[in-house]
Design a protein around this ligand. Structure first.
Ligand code: C5P
Length: 239
């Protein structure tokens, strides 16, 4: 396939149509954003790192039986994926308290959660991506109750696979966000990305943060952190 026209520009990616109507071409940008776009920076190497890490993780998930949109990495910063209509829901899974849940519930970060928690956020920048309930999802017609059950089931399965994988690389999967989309045939599959932009990953021994919190909280070099993740999960090294 070849890329044809720009379809959409997001905060972290450019999406192009291709010569195949069932395939889109994604280019990962170097821009980092946080707090609903309030904090922004351009970070050399970020696009390459996320493209490479997402490609590795989606291939691994595919092999583990989780259908997803990833097809092939095309260059350092580009990949092709199956075209889907993204469901405007962010499905968050949490194994350890952190981030917005710790803040919302007034609890400390870093406390293990016995049974992983699944949350839904409504993807809407103007509303600030609010936390929503399953009833809200039904009212907004974002997904049917059966689809919501399926999303939770797949999210838990992804959590089990990724937690085990990262633990084998001495990384703790604290929490992460997934997005799903509908293919042209109407099938719901995992889409978007799985990277240190969308996961919290802590070093198992030191609890060092190796994810986007490094940027959100000014903890040091984001690319050094992402490079460590890539190195540990077995990608190419660019030193
Ligand atoms: O901010 P919060 O604690 O709700 O984030 C939970 C997880 O979801 C984190 O791993 C974060 O990186 C991810 N997330 C994301 N995109 C968002 C919101 C959260 O990838 N818009």
């Amino acid at each position: 396939v070849e890329k044809t026209a720009l379809l959409y520009e997001g905060k972290a990616k450019l999406v192009y149509t291709t010569t195949d109507e069932d395939v889109v071409w994604i280019e990962y940008k170097n821009s980092a954003t946080a707090f609903n776009g309030e904090k922004k920076a351009d970070i050399t190497g970020k696009g390459r790192l996320n493209n490479e890490i997402t490609s590795l993780l989606f291939s691994m998930l595919h092999e583990a039986g989780v259908e997803n949109h990833f097809l092939e990495r095309k260059s350092e910063t580009e990949q092709i994926v199956r075209k889907v209509d993204i469901i405007p829901l962010e499905v968050v899974v949490r194994n350890i308290t952190a981030g917005s849940m710790a803040k919302r519930l007034g609890i400390e970060e870093g406390i293990p959660i016995q049974e992983p928690v699944v949350e839904f956020y409504y993807k809407d920048d103007s509303l600030g991506d609010p936390l929503i309930t399953e009833d809200h999802i039904e009212i907004l017609k974002l997904a049917t109750p059966a689809e919501v059950d399926m999303l939770k089931h797949v999210a838990r399965k992804v959590n089990a696979i990724l937690s085990k994988f990262f633990a084998s690389k001495d990384l703790r999967l604290v929490d992460f966000k997934l997005e799903f989309g509908k293919t042209n045939e109407g099938k719901i599959i995992l889409a978007d990305e799985v990277s240190p932009d969308t996961c919290r990953l802590w070093d198992i021994a030191t609890n060092e943060k190796l994810d986007k919190d490094v940027f959100r909280r000014n903890l040091g070099s984001l690319t050094d952190a992402y490079e460590k993740i890539l190195e540990r999960i077995g990608g190419e090294q660019h030193v």
